[in-house]
Design a protein around this ligand. Sequence first.
Ligand code: SAM
Ligand code: DTB
Ligand code: SF4
Length: 323
Amino acid sequence: MTVATAVRAGTATLRKWTAAEIEALFELPFSDLLFQAQQVHRQHHDANVVQRSTLLSVKTGGCSEDCGYCSQSARHDAGLEREALLDVGEVVAAAEAAKANGASRFCMGAAWRGPKDKDLEKVEAMVTAVKALGLETCVTLGMLKDGQAERLKAAGLDYYNHNLDTAPEFYGQVITTHNQADRFDTLDKVRAAGINVCCGGIVGMGESRRARTALLAELAVMEPPPESVPINQLVAMPGTPLADAPPLDPFEFVRTIAAARITMPASMVRLSAGRQEMSDELQALCFLAGANSIFYGDKLLTASNPEASRDARLFARLGMRPA
Ligand code: SAM
Ligand code: DTB
Ligand code: SF4
């Protein structure tokens, strides 16, 4: 059965996608690819609804890792002040504001290789307090040790974000202080603890199309696929090794979203970092390609994101409903 036949027959979920098959999706005429993505999208989701998650950096800068895209690595000079872990009260105030603005999920990020047990106590308190506000909870803290995922689950954690970031063949050119085997180890711990998995990657780092398809293949063959799949467009942060990465063709970004939608039909595909640099028209194409979630609020972790009022205007123009 060809990819197209499988998609039309609605059996796409049963397929083990290979990078070559996903490359064939990328090679389709743009309109054909978007048509397939729309069909899959509408079989599994309300095509006019967008879920909104708000991010907060609860521990900024000074990270031991060397991820080439990241402003928070201690090895790059992106001009960031290194900050201590926030107090629970500050986090609750930000979560209340996010809820008042309409976010349904609150995601707390820390610039760590992984949490120390002592730090985790404070993060557990944050998770419990944010959950008590009636928000879904998500954290991204780096690599977890045995027992830490269970502690987070007991505190009320709904989602753990841990990205594969890029294809195995490109990974070592971007990050040398950990590898994808380490990432899978943490993803296994999260899944085993009964926490929903949020896992995606970054495009626009100078990777090949083949690398983009290999990343999607790794995500799509997970059993089960991640519940949330953030597709980040590189935000080229001054002072990082990727500050001068050549910009990606916007249509290639849309193709990446469409291929994520087709290969992971039931997942929430999040149009993640990079929206501030996108036109409304490009974002509309991403929604047409099957994106149904965004980061919402004027800041990501350290980079800026569109103001809530700009998103409200965009949704109104497109007749889309936030969730
Ligand atoms: N330290 C933890 C980790 O690396 O897993 C959690 C925080 S880290 C900032 C979370 C994710 O943000 C990364 O995996 C990467 O996908 C994304 N990210 C970081 N900097 C980015 C940038 N400049 N542009 C796009 N995405 C970025
Ligand atoms: C994800 O995939 N993207 C978010 C979230 N998970 C933690 C982070 C984007 C960071 C963008 C750059 C910055 O704000 O420093
Ligand atoms: Fe550290 Fe995460 Fe940034 Fe890598 S992406 S340098 S692990 S904060």
